[in-house]
Design a protein around this ligand. Sequence first.
Ligand code: HGY
Ligand code: MN
Ligand code: MN
Length: 417
Amino acid sequence: MSAAADRTPTPDGARIMAHIEALAAISESSAGLTRRYLTPQHRRANDQVAAWMQDAGMTVREDAVGNVIGRYAGDDADAPALMIGSHLDTVIMAGKYDGMLGVVTAIECVRTLHARGVRLPFAIEVIGFCDEEGARFHSTYLGSRAVAGTFEPSLLERQDDDGIRMAEAMVAFGLDPGRVAEAARPADELLGYLELHIEQGPVLDKQGLASAVVTAIAGATRWVVTVAGAAGHAGTVPMALRRDALTAAAECALAVEDVARSFDATVGTVGRFAVAPGASNVIPGTVEFSVDLRAAEDRRRSELSAEIERRWREIATRRRVEIDIETVHEESSVACAPRLRRQIAAAIAREQGDIVELPSGAGHDAAAMAALTDVGMIFVRCHGGVSHDPDERIAAADAEAGARILLDVIEHFDPTG
Ligand code: HGY
Ligand code: MN
Ligand code: MN
């Protein structure tokens, strides 16, 4: 049949990119994209995604923690579902594609099936997770952990920078903190979880390929560290008598960089740094900063943490300060399921010939969902590997190729594969 005569609906990269732009306009800040958990912008993004899900032929609901979920029933209404999704929240001053591309592409695949009048022997559930980044409450993977049944109720007491408790913010959003457990799904309702996500690294761009299969997701440790010294008058306290919290914290931050560099295949980042009281003529008495540690292997990450803590103990003694470490997030590295990797690789081979398999240094909701069901991930090239930055970019052609691959996996999906 000639291409002109073939009117079979196919995924539309232009519509994917238009939906990305529409979500990018829903931001807490006019200076760039920031959309955090339980904000008015979370509400607007959920409502917009729900409308697209309905338009694509899905029934839509919101669960007890604020995830938005669309269901495209199989030819048997009660058949279990292949869940596909990613997150709709962002970091501060984020890129447009981290998370959102996976949700919008999954909707585009269902829209295509619906336009073709196709029903499958299983349901498809598309999920927009509400809080993967944890930017407001240090609550990484909150939405996916709630679905996986591993939500930590102690998170409800976490406060944001304005002192608002998560439980209060939930009530203001229209949620009942006492019913969070209702978001958990029984394992037998799902056939697996797939996530399409930008690579957030440079490999695909360097190799000139659009997509890759993800092999594993690196584990991560996140700390909130408080260094307590002694505030004092900048003009009167002799240098030898100071217990300067800022210079001590700065030495701690450099120790993170130094130790992470000395270990191979590990990374360490200090991303937030808050100095108190913060006046130019006062010796800082307290500093709070964040630490993010990653490694492909959990044992290496433990060794990295231990060496950093050893260096810090020496700094604390020499500088006569107190260093307190609160672990706010700990996630083991997760292997993607071989049966899903095989099916994704076959779809990528049909689309682009070459198959690339990559580990993910970035965390993803798939890491949390692995506690509930088998997980598989598809990476899509992003320009220069730039991510967690307004310069995050992808090509419409890569968005469309990613959607074709995801749709191919869905259409050939073998639950027993
Ligand atoms: O931090 C991460 O790796 C992910 O973007 N949450
Ligand atoms: Mn991210
Ligand atoms: Mn992400």
